[in-house]
Ligand binder design. Structure first.
Ligand code: GDP
Ligand code: CA
Length: 321
C-alpha cells in the first residue's frame, strides 16, 4: 500500500489522462487528490457548451464511460443526432442521447451565471464523484491548429478531419488572459506530488501549461515537491490519437525522450514504458530520472498499479526529506 500522505495534483486531458486519474482515485482519499482537466478542446455544438475532456473524466470517475472508446457513455444511442441530421445540422461530432443531458445542464447553469468550475462540481456531486476534478480555467481557452488545410479548431481537426491535416503550429487562443481556476491555483500552491498523466503533451497538457505562470509555478525549483510524468509515447508511437504524428510535424522527437524534452523544466521523474528502457540514459542526460515500468493501462488493475508506483515514488520522496 502506498503510504503517501501528501496532496496530489494530477494534470490530464481526456482518455489517456482519465485512465491514470481513475487509478489514483482508487487509492487516494478525495482530500488528497485534485485532477485538473484541459478545456482547450471545449466547443459549442447545437448551442451547447461541450467540454470533451471534462466529460471523459467525469464519466470515467462516475463509472459510466464506454469501455470500448474510453469517451462517451456506455450503452449510448444517437437518435437525437439522427434527427438533427434530418434537420440539416452538422452532426460529425458524436453526441449521444444521454451525453446530451450533460451538455444541456452545463449550458443552462453557465447561462445562469455559474462558472465552469461550479458547474463541474455540481455535475460531479450529482454523479457521486467524490474526488475533486476541476477545469484548468474558468476563462475560455481554445486550441487551434495551423495546418495545410487552414486554421482549424481542435475538434474540427481531431474529429471532423480525423487528424489528417499536417500541422505547422498549435495555438491556445485566450490562454494569456486566462487565469488558472481557483482549485487549480490552490493545488499549485499545496501539492506535494504533481502527476502529468499520459495525455497528449501538445493538445492536452499543452493548454494547461500555457496558462500564465503555470510552468513557473510547476518548476523544479520546489525542493519539497516531486513531479512525475508518464510518457504517452511508447515505442515511438502514441497508444492512440495523434500525439506522435503531431510531435513529428511540430519538430519534436516522437519518443519518450521527446516527451522528456517537453517536460524538462517541470518534471523530476519520467515513467517510460518497459519496452523503452534503452532510452533511459538519454533521459538522464536531460536531468530527469527515468523509471521503466509497464504503462499500458487496459484493465483497472493496470491503472491502479501504475498509480501505486507513482505514489510510492512520492512516498519515498517524502521519507527521504
Ligand atoms: P484525449 O484528450 O482523449 O486525446 O486524451 P489524452 O490527451 O488524455 O490522452 C491521449 C494520449 O494518451 C495519447 O497520446 C495516448 O498515447 C495516451 N495513452 C492512452 N492510453 C494510454 C495508456 O494506456 N498508457 C500510456 N502510457 N499512454 C496512453
Ligand atoms: Ca481531449
Amino acid at each position: 500500500m502506498a503510504d503517501f500522505s501528501g496532496k496530489v495534483l494530477a494534470l490530464a486531458g481526456g482518455v489517456g489522462g482519465a485512465k491514470l486519474a481513475l487509478g489514483l482515485s482508487r487509492i487516494l482519499p478525495p482530500h488528497q487528490l485534485t485532477i485538473v482537466v484541459n478545456t482547450g478542446d471545449d466547443e459549442t455544438f447545437h448551442g451547447l457548451h461541450v467540454s470533451p475532456d471534462l466529460d471523459t473524466m467525469l464519466y470515467t470517475l462516475a463509472g459510466l464511460s464506454n469501455p470500448e472508446t474510453g469517451w462517451g457513455l456506455a450503452g449510448e444511442s444517437f437518435r437525437v443526432l439522427e434527427m438533427l441530421n434530418r434537420y440539416g445540422a452538422a452532426t460529425w461530432f458524436n453526441l449521444g442521447d444521454v451525453d446530451l443531458a450533460t451538455h444541456i445542464r452545463r449550458t443552462q447553469l453557465l447561462g445562469e451565471g455559474a462558472t465552469l468550475s461550479e458547474v463541474t462540481t455540481e455535475l460531479c456531486q450529482r454523479l457521486n464523484v467524490r474526488h475533486r476534478m476541476t477545469p484548468m480555467s474558468d476563462d475560455p481557452v481554445r486550441t487551434f491548429l495551423k495546418t495545410d488545410q487552414g486554421d482549424l479548431a481542435m475538434q474540427d481537426y481531431f474529429v471532423r478531419l480525423r487528424c489528417e491535416p499536417t500541422a505547422a503550429a498549435v495555438t491556445f487562443v485566450g490562454a494569456e488572459a486566462a487565469r488558472p481556476s481557483d482549485e487549480f491555483s490552490r493545488a499549485l500552491d499545496e501539492a506535494d506530488l504533481v502527476v502529468f498523466c499520459p495525455s497528449n503533451p501538445l493538445l492536452s497538457t499543452g493548454p494547461i501549461l500555457a496558462l500564465p505562470a503555470v510552468r513557473e509555478r510547476l518548476g523544479k525549483g520546489n525542493p519539497a515537491r516531486l513531479s512525475v510524468a508518464v510518457s504517452p509515447i511508447i515505442g515511438g508511437e502514441a497508444v492512440r490519437g495523434p500525439a506522435a504524428k503531431l510531435m513529428t510535424e511540430l519538430g519534436h522527437e516522437a519518443t519518450c525522450v521527446g516527451v522528456a524534452k517537453m517536460y524538462q523544466d517541470i518534471c523530476d521523474v519520467l515513467v517510460i514504458d518497459e519496452q523503452d528502457s534503452e532510452s533511459a540514459p538519454a533521459i538522464v542526460s536531460l536531468g530527469i530520472r527515468p523509471l521503466a515500468a509497464p504503462t499500458i493501462m487496459n484493465t483497472e488493475e493496470d491503472k491502479v498499479a501504475l498509480a501505486r508506483l507513482i505514489l510510492e515514488l512520492g512516498g519515498g520522496f517524502q521519507h527521504d526529506e
